[in-house]
Structure formats: C-alpha cells, structure tokens
Design a protein around this ligand. Structure first.
Ligand SMILES: O=P(O)(O)OP(=O)(O)OP(=O)(O)OC[C@H]1O[C@@H](n2cnc3c(O)ncnc32)[C@H](O)[C@@H]1O
Length: 204
C-alpha cells in the first residue's frame, strides 16, 4: 500500500500510521516525516501504547534498535488495519571510540545519546526501513546521574534542577539552545527510515 497518488485532480490517497508510543512528540514527528516524503498523499497518525521489550533507557545501540523494532512489531499486531507502523526508541551508549590522545586507550568515558526509528509497511509489515537520529554527547553531570540509574530526561531535570529542561525539546533541544529539538531529530530519522518505502522496487 506504500506510495502516493499524485494524479492531478484525483483525491489524494489517505494512509493511517500507527505509532508505538503515546508521546505526542513521536506521533507528530511521524506525521511530519511521512508528509514530507509523500507530499501527494494524506496521513493521519495514532499513538498506541507499545511494549519496547527493553529497559526504558537502553544502554546499548543494538538494544535501542531492538526496542524500536519491538514497538513497531507490537503496534502492527495491535493495529493491523493501519498502513504503516512506527517504533521509536531512545538510548544511550558509552562512546566506544573517543580520541586516543595518549592518555588512555581511546575510550572517552562519555555517553552518546540517540534514538532508533523503525518503520514497517507493506500489507503485513514485511517492508522495513530503519534509521538512527543524530548523536549528541551528554554533559558529565548528566552522565554521572545516568550511571546511578536515572533516565536521560530525569538526569537532565535533576542536573538542571528542572530549570530550562523541557521534555518536548528534550536533551538535544536543551543542549543546542533550541536550535535542534527532539521532534526535529525524529522527523529526520523518519525520513531516512522511509527510504525503502519511497523506493519499493529497490532492494536494500
Ligand atoms: O512514552 P515513550 O514512547 O517511551 O517516550 P519516552 O519519552 O519515554 O521516550 P524514549 O523511551 O524513546 O526515550 C528514553 C528517554 O530519553 C529521554 N530523552 C530526553 N531527551 C531526549 C532527546 O533529545 N531525544 C530522545 N529522548 C530523549 C526521554 O524523555 C526518555 O526519558
């Protein structure tokens, strides 16, 4: 069912997106991403509580990807009549590279933050696209709190005593002083995850 109807004069085809989250930032971002990629179609998006099947703040890239995939698969089961199924899962990871400045083995001790996005399409979710948001590095006070089990949002909130931290803009919005927000980061990853859906005859 992926595709667009751009025939002039014809009613645009309408597609339903099911997003595996009740978070409005994720739902709005999914809608915006689909509208950008398929301007000839119309979309509506519904958020559904989905089980990521991983920790609420996975500490590994692959676990965040699994969380996004699990959310997409769960929402596919819950909303089989939708046209697309989206899972978005935030995660962090200890920077495996850093720079070897001669003071260690290159391990920087910094935490990277990012989210994975999985978009399923096709009749039964057999067509999958995925992408990761941009990565940003976390301040050391936030990192220290996360070592003790705080999730990213709570760690920022505590480190900044609630001042300036707004969950809608998230960590990335706070640290870029509003230049780049959480929704924007999701929109860009949705657009990338839609590449296989935008090119359904190409093998990926
Ligand atoms: O209801 P769900 O869909 O679980 O939404 P969530 O906001 O908990 O989102 P995630 O599980 O994907 O994200 C894990 C945590 O990362 C937090 N977070 C803070 N800043 C973020 C940012 O810039 N980008 C992504 N996640 C961020 C978010 O508030 C969560 O505590």
């Amino acid at each position: 069912m992926s595709g667009t109807n751009t025939t002039s004069g014809a009613t645009p085809t309408h597609y339903q997106i099911a997003v595996g989250s009740l978070n409005p930032v994720k739902i709005d971002a999914a809608l915006e991403g689909f509208r950008s990629v398929f301007p000839g179609a119309t979309f509506s998006a519904t958020g559904v509580l989905a089980n990521p099947g991983v920790d609420s703040q996975p500490f590994l890239d692959g676990m965040a990807l699994l969380g996004a995939w699990n959310r997409a698969q769960h929402v596919l089961r819950l909303c089989p009549d939708a046209d697309y199924w989206v899972g978005i899962q935030g995660g962090v990871q200890w920077d495996p590279y850093g720079l070897n400045t001669g003071e260690g083995n290159g391990y920087s001790g910094q935490l990277q933050a990012f989210s994975w996005v999985v978009v399923l399409g096709g009749d039964r979710g057999e067509l999958m696209g995925k992408s990761r948001t941009v990565t940003h590095y976390l301040p050391s006070d936030v990192t220290d709190l996360m070592r003790f089990g705080y999730d990213l949002g709570s760690a920022h909130y505590r480190a900044h005593r609630g001042i300036d931290y707004n969950p809608t803009d998230g960590s990335v919005g706070l640290l870029t002083h509003g230049i780049y927000g959480r929704e924007e980061s999701y929109i860009h990853a949705i657009i990338m995850a839609l590449i296989p859906h935008r090119n359904p005859t190409v093998a990926f």
